[in-house]
Design a protein around this ligand. Structure first.
Ligand code: AMP
Length: 303
């Protein structure tokens, strides 16, 4: 266990870094016995202001905040993506400490998976579409790690970003299916000034790609404007797909308009009725960007 500094008698000021579940549970047990609400923010590190906004949301409603940093190999369907995923635990811990996080859980792969994980989850249609269709096994890997982390932290509330909209739905379904004793809190997507959704993968973009990347959010905003003007689902989809083709730098995986709760596609021949969610995934060079916009939640689209 590493302490930033320790006033003794269980009075810890600063942030505690733990690497083992046993240690984590022992640290949290005391706070739990004192009736503190524990908020949990799971991450894969390479933290940015979006992650920090989850810590801040947790601090508002919980006395103690635990963040985890774990690049979960089981949710990567592309080994190259796993290899190039940015890792910077020291800088991450400094950001978390500044944000007022109480504990960081930094497990190794062996700590999370002492034996190969074999659990198979069934989320029905929810993980068969969108990311699930393009990244086979991704959400099963997410569920494997999230369930293990939930068991390790035993938090009252866990904070997830709407940036990963489908992941949020899958985690909610996991909690419901297994009656896990944790409340899932959804937090809004933080964006750069030019509209690009903050993401750890953004730092892997070349300078030129970084300049092109806001096109993803601009497309979502265009789709929203078309919906507001009464456009049909099919014509909005066709337009956005054509825009991506014309733009040239991107390889679009999908642009879809779905019902937010089920992620079932809205009927093609109808107008978009709120609530709906526009979801997009596209490769820009080697980097895959995803984003979404909930129709009637993010009112300001300046792009
Ligand atoms: P990751 O480290 O990418 O696995 O993300 C950890 C958590 O941060 C997930 O709940 C994400 O949805 C959330 N997150 C990632 N990017 C953002 C963002 N731009 N705004 C808000 N939350 C985010």
């Amino acid at each position: 266990m590493t302490l930033a500094f320790d006033l003794g008698a269980n009075q810890f000021v600063g942030m505690i870094i733990v690497r083992e579940q046993k240690e984590l549970k022992a640290t949290l047990r005391l706070w739990q016995s004192q009736g503190y609400q524990i908020g949990f923010v799971p991450t894969m590190g390479a933290l940015h202001a979006g992650h920090i906004s989850l810590v801040e949301a947790a601090r508002k409603v919980c006395e103690k905040v635990v963040a985890s940093i774990f690049v979960n190999p089981n949710q990567f369907n592309d080994p190259k993506d796993l290899e190039r995923y940015p890792r910077m635990p020291e800088a991450d811990c400094a950001l978390l400490e500044n944000a007022g996080c109480d504990v960081v859980f930094l497990p190794s792969v062996d700590e999370m998976y002492p034996e190969a994980a074999t659990e198979k989850y069934d989320f029905g249609k929810l993980d068969a579409v969108l990311e699930g269709a393009f990244r086979p096994g991704h959400f099963n890997g997410v569920a494997q790690v999230v369930r293990r982390l939930f068991e390790a932290v035993n938090a009252d509330k866990a904070f997830f970003g709407q940036k990963d909209f489908q992941q949020l739905m899958v985690v909610k379904s996991l909690v419901q299916q297994f009656q896990l004793p944790v409340e899932i809190i959804a937090c809004p997507t933080l964006r750069e000034k030019d509209g690009l959704a903050m993401s750890s993968r953004n730092m892997l973009l070349t300078k030129e790609e970084r300049e092109q990347a806001p096109f993803v959010y601009q497309s979502l905003c265009k789709a929203k404007r078309m919906a507001e003007q009464g456009g049909l689902v099919s014509s909005i989809k066709n337009q956005i797909e054509a825009d991506f083709k014309a733009q040239g730098a991107f390889r679009l995986d999908y642009f879809d308009i779905c019902f937010p709760d089920s992620l079932i596609a809205c009927p093609a021949d109808q107008k978009v009725n709120a609530p709906a969610v526009f979801l997009v995934a596209a490769f820009l060079g080697k980097i895959r960007l995803i984003d979404n916009l909930v129709y009637f939640s993010e009112k300001e689209c300046n792009n």
